[in-house]
Design a protein around this ligand. Structure first.
Ligand code: SIN
Ligand code: FE2
Length: 217
């Protein structure tokens, strides 16, 4: 019992780790709202199921994805882009839940980016072995707004690089509830995720889910 209480308290402790100017990890920032967040993810994925999208080169992505909000990030043989309709159903993506919007705005403000108005939330699901190679987020209309990236479930190693692909990335361990925010001078930094190791999380089992909030439109 004592150790459970201790673990709960440890989970709710928050602190920040600066990665570089205009980029910060808000540790455990999302833990307080985890129950509502996980319920919302279930509702969204009932309406718009996770799927392995195709890269423009024809490879199936190891990360399974869905979206909520007005704009959803998609990829297929035609390329990377935002779409207002889920190509699988032809219907709009599920709306962005209030708890998501509030979390993204609060995280952005804590990182120094006031009045973030996310209109896109990409939901990434990683099983062990899934990875995301180094890339820049650059399909958005303008780069004035930051990126807010929420980690849930089993731990991952986030790669946070520079403005050139060849810049050696930092290896940033991320655990359940951590939120990375990058914008301003860091907005176009390369980033990615190393292949996920096996693990078990009490709420999410053997998977990791990431929510990436952006202003796309
Ligand atoms: C992304 O870059 O879209 C996701 C990063 C992550 O899963 O932490
Ligand atoms: Fe990204």
């Amino acid at each position: 019992m004592t150790s459970d209480l201790f673990a709960d308290e440890e989970q709710n402790r928050t602190w920040r780790d600066e990665l570089c100017p205009d980029a910060v990890v808000l540790r455990h920032f999302a833990v307080a709202e985890q129950t509502a967040i996980l319920a919302a993810i279930r509702d969204i994925s009932d309406a718009a199921p996770f799927r392995h999208m195709l890269t423009p080169g024809g490879y199936s992505m190891s990360v399974a994805m869905t979206n909520c909000g007005a704009h959803g990030w998609v990829t297929d043989r035609l390329g990377y882009r935002y779409a207002t309709l889920d190509p699988q159903s032809g219907k709009p993506w599920p709306p962005m839940p209030a708890v998501f919007r509030a979390l993204a705005r609060d995280a952005a403000a804590s990182a120094g980016f006031e009045d973030f108005e996310p209109d896109a939330c990409l939901i990434n699901r990683y099983a062990p072995g899934a990875r995301l190679s180094l890339h820049q987020d650059k399909n958005e209309r303008d780069f004035a707004a930051p990126i807010v990236s929420v980690s849930l479930g089993i731990p991952a190693v986030f790669l946070f690089g520079g403005l050139q692909r060849r810049d050696k990335p930092l290896r940033v361990p991320l655990t359940h509830g951590d939120v990375v925010v990058w914008g301003g001078a860091a907005r176009l930094r390369y980033h990615g995720v190393l292949p996920l190791k096996e693990g078990v999380h009490p709420l999410l089992g053997g998977q990791r889910i990431n929510l990436t909030f952006r202003k796309a439109g």
